[in-house]
Design a binder for this molecule. Sequence first.
Ligand SMILES: Cc1cc2nc3c(=O)[nH]c(=O)nc-3n(C[C@H](O)[C@H](O)[C@H](O)COP(=O)(O)O)c2cc1C
Ligand SMILES: [Fe+2]
Ligand SMILES: [Fe+2]
Length: 402
Amino acid sequence: MYCVRKVTEDLYWVGANDRRLTLFENIHPIPRGVSYNSYLLLDKKTVLFDTVDWSAGRQFIENVEAVLAGRKLDYLVINHMEPDHGASIEEIILRYPEVKIISTEKAFLFMRQFGFSIDGRIEEVKEGDTRCFGKHTVTFVAAPMVHWPEAMVTFDTTNGVLFAADAFGSFGSLDGKLFNDEVNFDRDWIDDARRYYTNIVGKYGPQVQALLKKAGGIDIKMICPLHGPVWRTDLGYFLDKYDKWSRYEPEETGVMIAYASMYGNTEAAANSLATALVERGMTNVVMYDVSKTHVSQLISETFRLSHIVLASVTYNLGIYPVMHNYLMDMKALNLQKRTVAIIENGSWACKSGSLMRDFLENNMKQMTVLDEKVTLSSAMREDNLDEIGALADSIIESMKNK
Ligand SMILES: Cc1cc2nc3c(=O)[nH]c(=O)nc-3n(C[C@H](O)[C@H](O)[C@H](O)COP(=O)(O)O)c2cc1C
Ligand SMILES: [Fe+2]
Ligand SMILES: [Fe+2]
């Protein structure tokens, strides 16, 4: 059975929700599922914007058929060729053999690489090109490396709708609610939106900044992303988040304590530090056991907050493997501009602190590591409490300079 939503008088959401998938891109947990958004414009010509993942193909085809209501499909615009959006292209070609595909040169190359038969139906476009479908005229804007090289966004100059590809997307399935004003985004969606952005697109901050600059020059009234809610009010809220994330600026002054502890002693130091911070008036403190928290969540929180505390045991003369993996992911996603405090622990040759400092200072950009640190020899002792207090003071002091 079809399940669609009207977006504007002649534009329909014909996408699908996936609540069965455990891991997005087979790596990021999505307990709230994900939506694959596709949009169908009924103008003089009929135009489909992107398709959906293969797993959602049946729902998608039923939706497209229902909205077309017997009309043929004239055009398929592909903004992004990653298979979570491009996988159903061939199914569309088979069902609508007259369809012409509008996309970039690189996207057509990828379609061929993925094995699609597209000869005789391609219309290559580049930045600044326009197409008129009747009432609606659209223009194409290149969005290279947001987050694939072929990506573009399409702007409908007639009604101000931006088909934004993966930009402005979010994890989370749409439970009947399509528009941002039908949900409490800041309460129920922002964490998934941040986890989506930081882990999927986070590495490409400069490219997102370039796209935001271009977007600043057009009068966007609505943003139709390929995942998550459609934005039709309060666009500034989400544009501001994107601006901050892509400049690697924290959203909030606060402390994330990420700890790695096998037997609880390093965790005890992390607890003491959290308590010391709160006692000094800094209540925006969150704690994560790196062994129990998916790294995508750690990354998301690292993008959110200004100060990070890394508390790690030494493990076979190295950093605890899960903490090491988190650090590697931070670097891979280009995270910058954070103030970091270190707590280390070792029972015979303590190395984790100096190794973490070295990694932050020499492998990452614009990371400030506080001089003050806490070193435990197996377990917290009374005198460590003074060091914890001094570390809390140093963290609070560094917040004043920001
Ligand atoms: C498998 C293993 C390897 C360790 N390797 C080292 C090491 O190379 N150097 C060291 O000083 N401590 C080492 N430790 C001790 C821990 O760093 C730490 O002092 C101890 O686990 C207590 O902290 P916790 O209660 O937070 O786990 C090791 C512990 C384990 C279980
Ligand atoms: Fe993508
Ligand atoms: Fe996507």
